[in-house]
Write a protein that binds this ligand. Structure first.
Ligand SMILES: [Zn+2]
Length: 267
């Protein structure tokens, strides 16, 4: 029996004879069910005409996504370190080419996920690379394809490798987490906050597709947590949003003020 993938959000469901009736992630008000209705595919069908494309986006840092675009079109990051590699966030598609490329780059010590919209096919990935998948305990209810490789972490901070830490900031989801690559002063926020198209700001939304801003109290809390982190760059989970590659902490602070006080007008 195949596992089924939601074609709208890309989240994978357990093996079954027929496709699920609904997608819990798409039914949630942070996401949406497409007007054409819920659609499903399987890993085998996806493999007929999809593949993963890689780009090197920095020293020891690769990003890749599935092409043609599938689900919400996110990219995942492969972080290369001397003590092992980490996959930050994930995609729904995994083929032998992807497995070989990542193994040639040193394999994976851990997979860590920012929030449920990127759960994608994490069970398949964790099994393929025989590594733990770190998920914050607060979002456990959103795990729809449970697996023995999942490691639910609790609290506010978790070191997963030397120099790489997860921080639960909440907001978008209760367990929404960011990855901090301490040596590189790089922050990977998932979409706890998202780089704006101007490349100079970030935005804080409870729902990005439905344009629901994050409450001020959440943004204030995130601000206080970020105060303790040194970062100079931010890598967003979508190619079209890209990076803020310098003075990112200042950009976030500027954006928080804009979120809390409203934009400065020119009139
Ligand atoms: Zn879905």
């Amino acid at each position: 029996m195949p596992k089924f993938l939601c074609t709208a959000c890309g989240v994978q469901y357990p093996e079954s004879a027929i496709a699920p009736a609904r997608c819990a992630v798409c039914d949630d008000p942070r996401q949406f069910v497409p007007k054409a209705g819920q659609g499903w595919t399987t890993p085998d069908k996806l493999g007929v005409d999809h593949f993963n494309a890689f780009r090197k986006v920095g020293p020891d840092l690769f990003a890749f996504s599935t092409v043609p675009r599938f689900g919400i079109g996110q990219r995942a990051f492969l972080i290369i370190t001397s003590t092992g590699n980490v996959l930050w966030d994930c995609v729904s598609f995994l083929d032998n080419a992807t497995i070989d490329i990542i193994r040639l780059l040193g394999g994976l010590k851990a997979i860590a996920i920012s929030h449920p919209h990127f759960y994608s096919a994490i069970a398949t990935w964790g099994q393929a690379f025989d590594c733990p998948v770190f998920i914050h305990e607060a979002d456990k209810e959103w795990v729809v394809d449970p697996d023995s490789c999942f490691s639910f972490w609790m609290g506010e901070t978790r070191d997963i490798l030397p120099g790489i830490a997860l921080h639960r900031l909440g907001g978008h989801f209760p367990g929404s987490s960011v990855l901090h690559w301490i040596d590189r002063q790089a922050l990977f926020p998932g979409d706890t906050f998202l780089v704006a198209p101007d490349g100079k700001h970030v935005s804080f939304m409870w729902s990005y597709p439905n344009n629901v801003p994050l409450p001020a109290a959440d943004v204030e809390r995130i601000r206080s947590r970020l105060g303790g982190l040194e970062f100079n760059s931010i890598y967003s989970p979508f190619w079209e949003r890209g990076e803020i590659d310098q003075k990112a902490k200042e950009a976030v602070e500027r954006s928080i003020l804009r979120h809390l006080k409203g934009p400065e007008t020119t009139v």
